[in-house]
Design a protein around this ligand. Structure first.
Ligand code: HAM
Length: 422
């Protein structure tokens, strides 16, 4: 049998107890900022959906759909896919549960913290199973909402004291502007078709906008004289983009307009944005947040015409930047047993301390020497230790030892108060 069978799949991770504190902190900060400050409600959607919902929304020419999808046929011969991103599932849920109904406050604000799956080449910050903290807002076309959503992502990063962030923003305009630009770009690049990289040659036919963010140096040279997207915005789209950047200015957001920004998924129109880190730890995966407007998707799923905007934050990338992993919960009491004959008493004491004082209590289950139990009490940074031997079992008098200074205090079990441990 192959050894590989017992290794985790490439590009996945085990989240061991030592890293759980940072995930819990992320969940708590998301709740505080998204749910409390900005009034977004949490949503969890299925881990797999009908393949078609990703193909129709993300675009069958995007890498996410054409190369990276984990798709399969279930036993009923339905084509399914593990979600590669969160937006399509949330839109499906929004329409299916009729969250556009009059009983729901507009805009309808939803957020999620879920794992996503993409068959990518694993490297730092690029995994096959990764987690996104995402937010989607339905029902308002206000440019202030664009600025507010970007500000919400920034607030989240600021809670982790992340600096060195660059907000890049662009506009794809409305459908008419986008189509006009696409045509101009195809006309321009067709002259150089033979010189384009292999990938870009294909994209010229399928998804020409993606050529703009090609990593190929020669493609980039050819793009120097290419039409610029902002020149193709019609007046409405231009005015709208100006209102968004004015609102960002008023909020004091530091951003850069990047005309080459197009995003990897096909569903966007008008405002698109990404937040990048300059930290060298994430060289080729510097984008820690990406999002934009995607009006039209709700209609495509059979809902009413509904403007929408959202973003996704890559949490593994965030954790790479934060680096530090905090300690687990403080151990309050370590119970040291002289030998196994006192285990019944020691275990009942542990139960009582947990129940009465909600303490974190540890004790040995492997018959180790007292010396090695004391070593564990030190290693786990327990605040107090209590030695249990025959004498304690008989007298019910406990000696509480404060580990920080070695001071001791005797208390009868029935008289124990939480103050005795302060
Ligand atoms: P996305 O740009 O494909 O957008 O992904 C959002 C973020 O997820 C990226 O900026 C990155 O931080 C993280 N990410 C993507 N792929 C990986 C990977 N293989 N490993 C680790 N992290 C990764 C979306 O998914 C859109 N649904 C965002 C959105 C929501 N737009 C509107 N609403």
């Amino acid at each position: 049998m192959s050894e590989k069978l017992f290794q985790k799949p490439k590009g996945t991770a085990d989240l061991l107890p030592s890293v759980q504190p940072i995930w819990q902190k992320i969940t708590a900060i998301a709740k505080e900022i998204f749910e409390h400050r900005y009034n977004f409600g949490r949503i969890d959607t299925p881990l797999f959906e009908n393949y078609d919902i990703f193909e129709r929304t993300s675009g069958d020419s995007s890498d996410v759909v054409s190369k990276e999808m984990y798709d399969f046929y279930d036993k009923g011969k339905r084509r399914m896919a593990l979600r590669p991103e969160g937006t399509a599932g949330v839109v499906r849920a929004y329409v299916e549960n009729k969250l556009y109904g009059p009983e729901y406050e507009k805009p309808v604000n939803l957020y999620y913290l879920e794992s996503m799956f993409r068959y990518e080449r694993p490297q730092a910050g690029r995994m096959r199973e990764f987690h996104q903290l995402g937010a989607e807002s339905f029902g308002s076309d206000s440019p202030f909402l664009d600025a507010q959503v970007i500000q919400m992502a920034i607030d989240f990063f600021q809670a982790f004291k992340l600096t060195n962030l660059l907000v890049k923003i662009n506009s794809l305009g409305n459908d008419a502007s986008r189509a006009a630009f696409r045509q101009a770009l195809v006309d321009y690049l067709s002259q150089y078709e033979e010189q384009l990289s292999q990938d870009s040659k294909v994209r010229l036919k399928t998804n020409p906008l993606r050529i703009l963010d090609s990593k190929d140096a020669n493609d980039q040279k050819l793009l120097v004289g290419a039409p610029q997207i902002l020149d193709y915005l019609d007046q409405d789209s231009k005015d709208r983009f100006k209102q968004v950047t004015d609102a960002l200015d008023a909020f004091g957001v530091n951003y850069e307009i990047d005309e080459k920004l197009v995003r990897g998924l096909d569903y966007y129109n008008n405002t698109i944005f990404e937040i990048e880190t300059q930290d060298p730890k994430l060289k080729s995966a510097a984008t820690i947040c990406g999002g934009g407007r995607y009006s039209g998707m709700v209609e495509e799923f059979g809902g009413p015409d509904t403007p929408a905007i959202g973003f996704g934050i890559g949490l593994e990338r965030l954790i790479t930047l934060i680096g530090e992993v905090e300690e687990r919960d403080q151990v309050d009491v370590y119970i040291v047993q002289t030998d196994s004959s006192v285990s019944a008493f020691a275990n009942l004491l542990a139960k009582r301390l947990r129940e009465t004082f909600h303490f974190s209590v540890l004790l040995d289950y492997t018959n180790r020497s007292m010396k090695s139990q004391f070593r564990s009490a030190d290693r786990t940074k327990a605040s107090y230790s209590i030695v249990i031997g025959d004498q304690e079992v008989q007298s019910k008098e406990l000696t509480l030892k404060k580990m920080a200074d070695g001071s001791q205090k005797k208390v009868l079990l029935d008289n124990l108060r939480i103050e005795d441990f302060s």
